[in-house]
Design a protein. Sequence first.
Length: 298
Amino acid sequence: MVRLGLCRMFVSQPIKFRTTTAAYIKRLGRLEQLQKISTLCLENALALYKSIEYCAAQHIGCFRVNSQFWPVKTHPDVGYEFADLPGAGEIKKILLECRKRALALNIRLSFHPDQFVLLSTAKTDVLRNSVDELEYHTEVSEIIGADVINIHAGGGYGDKPSALRRMGSVIRKLKKTVRSRLSVENDDRVYTPRDLLPFCEEYDIPLAYDVHHHRCLPDGLSVKQVTDAAIKTWDREPLFHISSPRDGWRGGKTLRHHDYIDIRDFPSEWGSLNITVEVEAKAKELSVLRLYNQMQKL
DNA sequence: AGCGGTCAAGTTGAT
DNA sequence: ATCAACTTGACCGCT
């Protein structure tokens, strides 16, 4: 019933996603830049195909694709159009094969852009970069068939209601292809489910419920209450997050992720639901496999 | 082959 | 005022 999701990479499998840095790319001429990036994009497309095959064979139902899948795509100096890469047509063919394979094997694909994507910011350049980044993620999503681009609500800036209103008005102006994939996640420092649930209803954006963050930053709502309310915000299969604290629940730093999931951290309320649960744990596929096996025994 | 320095971007909260 | 933490790697370039 529960579809477990693997995040971004493998620790035991020979499946590698490549990336580069803007500093390195800048040293090359434009043609060399595009050639280098093309090579990385091609390798990443092949790695995605292998990832889909692996997940399907191991009862892993979802794969979160790395944000650097097309490296430095939106960088102001070295960014590029996908179509301008040498061999773009060949790469796209492989990506369309990924889409077909994921559909045939029922592997859900998702994205989680990093912390620089901030729709609640008051700064116009930060906002522009954020929207560019979301549009890049959407461009890939449309090709490979990813249905979720999950982001955090960003900073509070001393006034969370105002920040959320800014984010809401930006969301209303996003292209439909972007907006229809967007979800917002409760974080461990600023925005709780209690903050976000009314926002999600008002702006028709689903809540990606991270139960670990909720435990780090409680808001008086129970796991059951948030689970039920979050499910109602989704018009497709809900997507939630699970992780366990590296150093246990006692002591200060509960935020850092453990290698594996402690089965006791997996909410009993989730056991029989039709939901995707992305596993955020450092042992990657090994942690998903262990959790799957433990859940089968229950 | 192994290792050290480096990497686009924002915000928060601990020191 | 500075810096680690957030997802922490993975990369290049030197030995």
